[in-house]
Design a protein around this ligand. Sequence first.
Ligand SMILES: Nc1ncnc2c1ncn2[C@@H]1O[C@H](COP(=O)(O)OP(=O)(O)OP(=O)(O)O)[C@@H](O)[C@H]1O
Ligand SMILES: [Mg+2]
Length: 581
Amino acid sequence: MKNVKRLFSLLLPHRTVLLTASLFLLIASGTNLMLPLLVKQLVDVVMVKKNLDMLNEYTGYIALLLMIQLVFSSLNNYLFDRTEKRVVTDFRKTVFGHLQSLPISYYIKNRTGEIVSRLTNDVAKIENVVVDLPATALQQSVRLIGGVVIVVYMNWKLSFMILALAPVLVVFAKTFGKKLRLLSKEIQDKLAVSTTVLEENISCIQVVKSFVREHLEYDRFSDAVEQSFISAKKRVLISSFFGPGIGFIAFGASLVLIWYGGREVILGAITPGELIAFILYATIIAGPMGSFARMFTRLQEGLGASEKVFGILDTPNEILEDPESPIMPPIKGKVEVCDLRFSYRDDREVLKGISFIAEPGTMTALVGPSGAGKSTLANLLQRFHKPQSGEILIDGIDSQTVQLASYRNQIGMVPQETLLFGGKIDENIRYAKPDATQKEIEEAAKAANAHEFILACPEGYQTIVGEKGIKLSAGQRQRIAIARAILKNPNILILDEATSALDNESEALIQEALERLMENRTSFVIAHRLSTIHNADNIVVMDDGKVVETGSHAQLLEKKGLYHYLYTLKQLETEKETKSV
Ligand SMILES: Nc1ncnc2c1ncn2[C@@H]1O[C@H](COP(=O)(O)OP(=O)(O)OP(=O)(O)O)[C@@H](O)[C@H]1O
Ligand SMILES: [Mg+2]
C-alpha cells in the first residue's frame, strides 16, 4: 500500500494536465455510453416505426456522438501518454541522480548488471502502470458503473443475468492473475541474472578470450536465460489460457443473454432495439470486468518492480551530508591522520589506528606489502568511505565535517588503473574543468608529456579513445589521467603508482610529468617501485593496517627494519633482471 502511494505520488506534479485529461476521458466515455441508447432508437425507428425522417435524424445524432468521441478520446490519449513519458523520464533521472550520490561501498556490494537492470527493465515495468493504469481504471469504472446503471434502469431482469455471471469472471481472473504475477516476478529476477552475466562478460572479454573460456561463458549465459525460460514456460501455460478463458466466460454470458432476450422480443415484452442496446451494454460492462483483473496483475508487476527501484532510492547516502555543514576553505595542505581505524566488514579491521602528519607542500610516500591498506587509506583521504574512528585533519579541520564537494574538489587522484570515458581525448581531460579553454587543455597535456602523442593520434585531441580508453596504451592513458589531474589543480594530490611495467622512455616521461604535478602540493605517493621515492620528504611504512616505521629514505635504511627489507628485496630483483638481460 505504501508503495502504491509512493508510486502514484510521482504523478502529483502533473495533476493539472491529468485532471484535464480525465475530464476529456469522462466525456469520451460518456458518449460511448450514450451510443447504444441512440442505436436502440435507430433500430426501433427502422424496424418498428419505419420512419424515414427519424432515421436521418438519429443517424445524424450518432455521427455527431462518434465525432465527439473521436476528438476527446484522441485528446485524452495524447495527454495521458505524454505525461506518462514525462513522469518516467523524470523518474529515470531521479534514480540515476541518487545512484550518483551513493557511496563507493554501494557499488562494491551490488553487481553492475543488477543496477543496470533496475534502471532499464524495472523502470519499464513502472512505465507500464504509472499513468496508463489509473487512466484505464477510470475509463473502465465509468463504463462499468454507467453501463450497470443504464441496464438496471432499462430492464432489471436482464441486468440481473449479466451481474450474476460477473463473480465467475472475477474469481477466475483473480486466481490466475495471482499465479501470473508471481511468475512474472520470477522471470524478471532470473532475467536480471542473465543481464549481470552479460555485463561481466563484456567487461572481462579479454580475460575470457585469453583463457579461451567462450564456451564456459556461453554456458553460464545460457543457464541463466534457460532458468528464466523455465518460469516463462509456466507463465505462458497459464496466460495462453487466461485470455481465451475470460473471452469464453464473457461470450457465454452474451449467448445466454441473447437467448433470453430473444424470447422477450418474440413475446413482445421488449423491442428489438432494446435487445440490441442490451447486448451492446453487456459488452461495454464485460470489458471492464476482464480488464480489472488484468490491471490488477499489471499493478502487481509494477509494484514488484517499484519495490526494487525504491530500494535504490531508499539506500541512504552513507556519507550523509548536512546542508548546514561548512564549506572547506582553500586548502594550504597540512594533513594530520589521527588514529584512523577502518573496516570494510565488521569481522576484520583493515586500518588499525594509522597516525602521521604531512606538512604543506611535502611529498609523503606510502609503502608496504600488498594488502597493507595503502589504497584503503587513499580512499579514506578522498572520503570514499567513512572511518569507524579517528580523523583526518586538513589544516586543522576535520575533513568529515565539511561539505563533501568542496572537499573533493581540492583533492586530486591519479589512480593505479586509469579509467577513461569512451569519448574524445579532449573530453577526458576537460572532465576536470568543464569550462577550460583549449589552451588550458593543451598546457595540461604538455605538462603531462601527453601533448606530442596526442597530436600524433589520427584526430589529435578529437580522437575517440574507445571503451575505458582501450585504444590507448597504458602509459598514454596514465598521462591523460595526469593531464586531467593537472587541470584540476588540486591542493592535495594522491598518486597510486602504476605497477605495470612501462618502457624506460615512457616511465621517464611519466615520472617527469608526476614531479611537475607534485610541485607545491601536499602529495601522497603509493609507491611500488621504491626507487621513485628516494626524495620523498617522509616515508610511511605500513604493514597489516598499522604504521610500522616513518622517516626519510636514509633514516629508514639505517633502521634496518621493514623498509630496509623491502628495499633490498627490490634491489635484488632489479639486479637479477639486469643480469638476465
Ligand atoms: N571492498 C573491500 N571489501 C572488503 N575488503 C577489502 C575491500 N577492499 C580491500 N579490502 C581488504 O583490505 C585490505 C587492504 O587492501 P588495500 O587495497 O588497501 O591494500 P594495498 O595496501 O593497497 O595493497 P596493494 O599494494 O596490493 O595495492 C586487504 O586485505 C583487502 O583484502
Ligand atoms: Mg592498492
